[in-house]
Design a protein around this ligand. Structure first.
Ligand code: ATR
Length: 278
């Protein structure tokens, strides 16, 4: 049996095993997808233990908090998008070594375009945050044809460094890319993406509602209670709120396609998951 899993800490509440089991069922793929809680200082040995699991043949795994950086160090080959993000959420074990990729950004872009039906090409996008979550999605947002992307962060230096790292990609796609502090975001945006952890510390949305174009799409990369504050804020200011559940399913779909060579019906699985979560 081909084995896959999600590795993280904590990982108990991850929806990934359910999502991948459903993908496998709907595409007729024989595989098992589990979850593994990895010791905070033991990522490499966690991967090694999975690869020697006698239950089957380990083919790959997804990586969640806080190991996306460790995973890029474990990979012998990095996809260009994972190298740009400096983070890996998908490992694939092949004959020539461990391949690292990052499907988070494509997951967000696909959710915005395919599920929320909002085109990114030609649009102005505000990305709030400059940590690992923001780094995973900036390249794909630029590649999707955004006209202008502003990265706003509490710590300006981190936004500047993220923007500098993506300068060539922005140029290649003809996008304007700039860094700002949270209180100096210039103008209004068609799409606002919250990639900060501010809600986890109980803080309110860290930017003024003036950044929202009327009818803007406002996406929080989190879901469940962690996204509620941002969704309420968006609703209150005539924006269209969206949580990160669609991104979660779409990044999983992209990983599944990398591993199995078949693209699963992500929209169907997303609506099943939403129904399940109420
Ligand atoms: P992740 O992998 O989830 O992105 P991270 O790399 O620690 O986690 O980044 C957290 C992001 O949330 C950063 O952009 C951080 O801002 P700083 O770079 O200034 O630390 C942002 N963040 C966390 N708490 C915040 C808060 N209370 N208000 C605004 N931004 C916050």
């Amino acid at each position: 049996m081909d084995l896959y899993c999600v590795m993280g800490n904590p990982v108990e509440h991850s929806r990934s095993p359910w999502i991948h089991a459903r993908f496998a069922e709907l595409t007729g793929q024989a595989l098992h997808y589990g979850r593994r809680r990895i010791a905070l200082d033991g990522f490499a040995s966690g991967v090694a233990a999975f690869r020697t699991d006698p239950a089957g043949t380990a083919r790959g795994c997804n990586i969640t908090v806080p190991f996306k950086f460790d995973a890029s160090a474990v990979a012998q080959h990095l996809s260009p998008r994972a190298a740009l993000a400096e983070a890996v959420n998908t490992l694939t074990f092949r004959a020539d070594g461990v391949h690292g990729d990052n499907t988070d950004g494509v997951g967000l872009v696909n959710d915005i375009q395919l599920n929320a039906h909002v085109a990114i090409a030609g649009r102005d996008v505000l990305l709030i945050g400059a940590g690992g979550a923001a780094a995973g999605v900036l390249g794909p947002l630029l590649a999707a044809g955004a006209r202008r992307v502003v990265v706003a962060n509490r710590t300006l230096a981190k936004a500047v460094s993220l923007v500098q790292r993506h300068a060539a990609v922005a140029l290649a796609h003809g996008a304007r890319l700039e860094a700002q502090t949270l209180d100096a975001v210039p103008g209004r945006f068609d799409i606002v993406v919250n990639a900060t952890a501010s809600s986890l510390s109980g803080d309110s949305v860290p930017v003024s509602a003036d950044v929202l174009q009327p009818g803007a799409l406002a996406v929080d990369m989190m879901y469940g209670p962690a996204a509620a504050g941002f969704m309420d804020w968006a609703r209150m200011h005539d924006a269209v709120p969206r949580d990160g559940l669609g991104m979660l399913v779409e990044q999983a779909a992209e990983a599944f396609a990398l591993w199995r060579g078949v693209h699963p019906p992500a929209a169907r699985v997303l609506s099943e998951l939403r129904a399940q979560l109420g």
